[in-house]
Design a protein around this ligand. Structure first.
Ligand code: NI
Length: 432
């Protein structure tokens, strides 16, 4: 029997707190889950530093990837199967792309990628196409199969319908992470009627559309996304932890470049510090390794590195205040000067962080990775863009909201053992 058609003798079932069960019948899916590159996702948290704010948020990219696979499996097997617009031969391609869509995420992806100027999407492509166990499994289907999977994930595939199941404004990725992140953080946002949405999804030539009768369930989903962004994903405390994390990596890189002699040599980081990252180095790094270094670096002679690491490990985070960079740049310059006078390096201890989000967009090329708008399928067969039908969605669509915060170590500023007067001035400027 062709490998692509091979089924497991007995269906495998994973217990899952969000979808109850995740079902695997296809041999290839089972084999992909067993690869070391996929297992690595167990050691990368889905929400980075969010566990320092919501202590339940310890779930991994592994959980989420299985969840996205399960949602797509239900769509294709329970809703699309047998419909003339759906080609059954795309089933396995869709399932593999769903399972592997986040394969290239690194530890604490967001901050890590920024510091080292890397992109997890490039690594997803590299893992699928490179000399890896994942590539071996996919190649058993056909030698061109890894490339087809990679193209769906990169959104360059001709198969727009399959792409829209995995990355659009109502895709399996978002439907899984909203519910999963709500579950693990314990917040009451993030819930919506996914069963209903799945039942009213219809395949069309270039995209998945939603029957008009499911509009209110979709409104709920958009609102839950909106709430989750501001209540969880952009939580100022988690962002403050990210600020510290990225400053640690910056400091370690800086010291390495200065030939500083580390007590604990950053072996796993050499290629990152030298901007020569190979796939092998990348795959070796996970969150347990990073946290190991942070733990060890608390003992370094360099005060900035050891202080920042101890802040991260022991959750002694920075405080923050609202900040408007357009109006308050003079104040920032003044604070910078005072920080230097007080002997606190502003490069590491006075940091502006900005977050912004578009809750839903009808069409704006270049934004949001050009995620497709949501189309409703009307009774007469016509398609209508969601914000034209829904007043709720119309009210928030196309509106970008940005939030800026200024972070600083309140404990150092309140410590009046030295430079008391300067620190006093800083505190009054910061209004603390
Ligand atoms: Ni994802």
């Amino acid at each position: 029997m062709a490998y692509s058609a091979e089924k497991l003798e007995e269906e495998k079932v994973f217990k899952d707190p969000v979808h109850r069960y995740i079902h695997v019948k296809d041999r290839v899916i089972w084999d992909l889950i067993g690869t070391k590159e996929f297992q690595r996702l167990r050691r990368i948290r889905q929400l980075g530093t969010t566990f320092l704010t919501f202590h339940g948020a310890e779930h991994s990219r592994f959980n989420h990837s299985l969840g996205v696979y399960e949602i797509v499996r239900r769509i294709v097997d329970d809703v699309f199967a047998g419909r003339p617009e759906w080609k059954e031969e795309e089933r396995l391609l869709t399932l593999c792309a769903a399972l592997l869509h986040d394969l290239g995420h690194g530890p604490f992806s967001h901050s890590f990628e920024k510091v080292f100027d890397l992109d997890h999407e490039d690594f997803t492509q590299a893992i699928i196409m490179g000399e890896t166990e994942v590539n071996k499994v996919l190649t058993r289907i056909h030698k061109s199969f890894p490339k087809r999977v990679a193209e769906v994930i990169a959104k360059t595939s001709d198969n727009k319908l399959v792409i829209s199941l995995i990355s659009s404004q109502i895709d399996a990725d978002r439907m899984d992470y909203l519910q999963r992140d709500a579950y693990f953080t314990g917040v009451s946002y993030g819930h919506f009627d996914m069963e209903r949405i799945l039942r009213v999804m219809r395949p069309q030539k270039d995209q998945v559309v939603i029957k008009k009768s499911g509009m209110h369930a979709v409104e709920d989903y958009i609102m839950s996304r909106y709430q989750m962004y501001w209540q969880v994903y952009f939580h100022p405390v988690s962002r403050g932890a990210e600020v510290i994390l990225s400053k640690i990596l910056h400091r370690a890189k800086y010291l390495y470049k200065q030939n500083y002699s580390f007590k604990h040599q950053p072996q796993h980081f050499y290629s990152f510090f030298n901007d020569k990252v190979t796939l092998e180095d990348y795959l070796k790094l996970d969150e347990s390794i990073i946290l190991y270094y942070f733990q060890m670096w608390q003992e370094e002679e360099d005060e900035i590195l050891s202080d920042l690491c101890s802040r991260f490990v022991n959750r002694n985070l920075f405080k923050f205040t609202e900040f408007d960079p357009a109006k308050e740049y003079k104040k920032l310059a003044e604070l910078n000067t005072l920080f230097i006078k007080a002997g606190i390096d502003p490069e590491y201890y006075l940091v502006v962080d900005s977050s912004s989000d578009l809750p839903y967009d009808f069409y704006r090329p270049g934004e949001e990775g050009e995620r497709l708008p949501i189309h409703l399928l009307m009774k007469n067969g016509e398609l209508r863009e969601l914000s034209r039908e829904s007043e709720v969605v119309d009210a928030i669509s196309g509106k970008r909201r940005t939030d800026h915060k200024l972070y600083f170590p309140v404990d150092l500023l309140k410590d009046d053992s030295s430079k008391k007067n300067i620190k006093k001035q800083i505190c009054s400027l910061l209004d603390i």
